[in-house]
Design a protein around this ligand. Structure first.
Ligand SMILES: Cc1cc2nc3c(=O)[nH]c(=O)nc-3n(C[C@H](O)[C@H](O)[C@H](O)COP(=O)(O)OP(=O)(O)OC[C@H]3O[C@@H](n4cnc5c(N)ncnc54)[C@H](O)[C@@H]3O)c2cc1C
Length: 389
């Protein structure tokens, strides 16, 4: 006989873990969370986990603002702070991005986000000794910063279990089950599990699961590299997370004098096979990141490489996630397509997804993130690269 749960969530990255936790927190349903490896084994565990609310679309700014609120509640609610550090976030902008950033900041302030352009004299408070060549403006968010993606995800899974959720790891889902216009459950190597709703939160691997039951899921698996550096002592260093659109790099503190540094938009995006891709960073990538970071921050001169790696972005056609049910099939929910910025969306998106599943409705802005937008020809547009990771 098959097991039965009200809801099965596939994948314990930030999106699946947050969704599963909020489903159990609302109560009244049986929920099974299945993970192929361990919590945060996918892109989540390798995420730079920079948190900023700067988007060009209100729904994404609102979600990240709510994620920050959830982080503030986490110590009391989950017994863990998820490694959230409200270090502040700075966005270094060239002149051609000024108008877009101004519009974004105005929109973000309207929805209650504490953000503004720094006055020239304030920049060195957050970014000491920075070389200002090519920087037209620096946007700043007080509550931006970064978190620990593994700690956050593990805390959500632990809290999900404490609330009575069933968690099974090293349990790859081999396929979804479909009868006509309804997804009815999942299949592992050992069993079939029937479910009223299946949430596909398998990140870059969600596409294979969906397509296995005839559901189109246009996700690219894009290889993203990051590096970790230790800066020599003796000179002041940035205290904030930084998105640097002038040099196309991002960085954030990782403990004392260490930084995670990666390449930001614009850059080449390398499509790979999510089952088989190079996990280590390329030598020329590491060298390029070093040159760009050292030129902007003289205190980084001679920094030592501590580590480097590559992981995956699951990228949708418009770089906005796929969240929610879709009209073509019942019993199925997309929770994937973070497109390089899904970590900061994950905690709040998980709550919104849980509410949508349990209430059968959501607000218009969040509903616009459904995969239904593909068939309806309502893809989002990018004001500029500000939405990309
Ligand atoms: C290097 C890097 C840097 C990033 N930096 C940032 C950043 O600074 N800020 C930000 O907001 N975002 C960032 N991102 C993006 C962000 O990390 C991701 O969008 C987000 O973590 C995706 O989470 P997820 O839970 O949707 O997917 P994943 O983390 O990929 O989780 C999917 C989970 O499903 C499991 N799974 C897959 N297939 C199956 C199956 N068949 N059965 C069971 N389980 C399965 C996997 O093992 C995995 O644990 C970055 C990503 C990378 C790779």
């Amino acid at each position: 006989m098959s097991e039965r749960f009200d809801i099965v969530v596939v994948g314990a990255g930030i999106t699946g873990a947050a969704t599963a936790y909020h489903l159990m927190k609302r109560g009244g349903r049986t929920v099974l969370l299945l993970e192929r490896e361990a919590p945060a084994a996918g892109g989540t565990g390798k995420s730079a986990a920079i948190i900023r609310q700067h988007y060009s679309t209100p729904v994404l700014s609102r979600l990240t603002r709510e994620t920050i609120d959830l982080y503030r509640e986490m110590p009391a609610e989950l017994g863990s702070d998820g490694g959230y550090v409200a270090s502040g976030w700075c966005f270094l902008l060239p002149a051609d991005l000024r108008a877009g950033a101004e519009a974004n900041i105005a929109m973000q302030r309207e929805i209650g986000i504490d953000t503004r352009f720094l006055e020239p004299g304030e920049i060195s408070t957050h970014l000491p000794e920075i070389v200002t060549d090519g920087i037209d403006r620096v946007a700043y968010e007080v509550d931006g910063g970064y978190a620990d993606p593994v700690t956050t995800t593990e805390a959500l899974v632990a809290a999900f279990r404490d609330l009575g959720g069933t968690y099974r790891q090293r349990q790859p889902v081999r396929s979804l089950l479909r009868e006509g216009d309804r997804i009815t459950g999942i299949e592992t190597d050992d069993e079939q599990v029937l479910a009223g709703t299946v949430v596909n939160a398998a990140g870059p691997w969600a596409k294979t699961l969906a397509e296995g039951v005839g559901l189109s899921l246009p996700l690219r698996a894009v290889r993203e590299q990051d590096t970790i550096w230790e800066v020599r002592p003796g000179r002041p260093i940035p205290s904030v997370s930084v998105s640097n659109a002038v040099d196309a790099i991002y960085l954030r503190p990782l403990g004392e004098r260490r930084f995670v540094i990666g390449r930001g938009f614009p850059k080449d995006y390398q499509d790979v096979d999510p089952q088989n891709y190079k996990l280590t960073a390329d030598e020329d990538f590491i060298a390029e990141v070093q040159v760009r970071a050292e030129a902007r921050f003289p205190a980084f001169a001679g920094m030592a490489l501590i580590g480097s790696y590559a992981a995956l972005y699951d990228v949708t056609p418009d770089w906005y996630p796929f969240y929610g049910p879709r009209s073509e099939v019942a019993g199925y929910v997309d929770a994937c397509g973070g497109s390089g910025h899904g970590f900061k969306l994950g905690p709040a998106a998980g709550r919104a997804l849980a509410d949508w599943i349990l209430d059968g409705e959501t607000d218009k802005d969040f509903a616009a993130l459904s995969h239904d937008r593909v068939a309806a020809g309502r893809l989002f547009t990018q004001a500029y690269g500000g939405n990309r990771g």
